[in-house]
Write a protein that binds this ligand. Structure first.
Ligand SMILES: [Zn+2]
Length: 323
């Protein structure tokens, strides 16, 4: 029987799960909706159902599994597989002993880590950072997450809390962040911040840009629309907003680059997906001006390559590569 990897990626709205070959190619993937407000037990039940489904799928297809990996938002003690903090989008999830609970339901080892750590691992083993040993990865979407690989090894810090790039202070006493602090990178570079700034501009009645017109016509605007207005329509306000968000990301990343001197920086998440090369070029332009030249010259900036399968693929390879 051939070996395969099985992983589960817990998100705020979906639990994605899948099987992949040893080269990272997908055998099967699927997702289940997370019942909003269902609470801890409902979510844990869904995760266990996904794990059981992965075991069935692998046995039907003639594969053996050595483990099931799980990526989850929050600070995770990867030894105990317990969520020990910072999971504001999953109320009640903190304290959940995921490894213990899922292992009690399925007869196989369960490995658990933070969702951005597993995404980083997937990009290092199969994706945009393949072949590199000094890597930082960031997901820029509703929030800003981070993962760190030092000398080929995922760096988790003392309690599993390393890589919380979103909570680097970039503005002293600045905008309030979801973590309760002020001036965090997440409060300036995330999709949430971009939408907040777009709304603020739309309230300026003297403003005649396409972006403001879009608001005047009612409804909500999306990050994708703001990028289209900036890139395709040359809208000045939309362009300034995305440039500012990219610059703040560069402010945060330049500090991390000064500390860790990575070979490659991977950027994924909703902003990179919506903005594509347009966004990445802005980030690179600002990184060049904000990073010390010796570090920038030896640095590659790359968009994440594995998209939303990075979560379950990275979780699946935790046992083999997440040492
Ligand atoms: Zn924060």
């Amino acid at each position: 029987m051939k070996k395969a990897y099985a992983g589960i990626d817990i998100g705020g709205s979906h639990v994605k799960f899948g099987l992949c070959h040893l080269d990272g190619s997908i055998i099967h993937s699927d997702k289940a909706d997370v019942g909003i407000g269902g609470g801890r037990d409902v979510l844990l039940g869904q995760v266990i159902d996904c794990a059981k489904r992965l075991l069935e799928l692998s046995s039907e297809a003639g594969f053996t599994l050595e483990s099931v990996g799980i990526g989850t938002p929050g600070i995770v003690d990867h030894n105990t597989g317990c969520v020990i903090g910072m999971s504001p989008n999953l109320p009640g999830w903190e304290g959940t002993e995921i490894k213990k609970e899922v292992e009690a339901a399925i007869d196989i080892e369960v490995c658990v880590d933070n969702d951005v750590n597993v995404m980083t691992l997937a990009e290092v083993v199969f994706g945009a950072a393949r072949g590199y040993r000094h890597v930082i990865a960031t997901t820029v979407g509703t929030g800003v997450g981070g993962g760190i690989v030092i000398d080929g090894k995922l760096y988790r810090g003392s309690i599993g809390g390393a890589g919380e790039f979103g909570h680097i202070t970039v503005v002293k006493d600045g905008e309030i962040c979801g973590c309760g602090k002020r001036g965090c990178l997440e409060a300036y570079a995330s999709a949430t911040a971009l939408l907040r700034e777009a709304h603020a501009l739309s309230n300026d009645t003297g403003n005649k840009s396409r972006l403001s017109e879009r608001f005047a016509n009612g409804g909500e605007i999306t990050v994708g629309e703001i990028f289209r207005l900036a890139e395709n329509d040359g809208d000045r306000d939309a362009g300034n907003l995305v440039d500012q968000a990219a610059d703040y990301l560069a402010v945060g990343l330049s500090s991390i680059i000064s500390v860790l001197n990575p070979e490659v920086v991977i950027v994924g998440g909703g902003m990179a997906d919506a903005g594509g090369d347009y966004y990445m070029n802005l980030v690179e332009k600002h990184l060049e001006s904000r990073t010390i030249s010796s570090h920038f010259e030896h640095l590659k900036l790359r968009r994440a390559a594995l998209g939303n399968r990075a979560g379950f693929v990275g979780a699946g390879i935790l046992k083999d590569f997440g040492y």
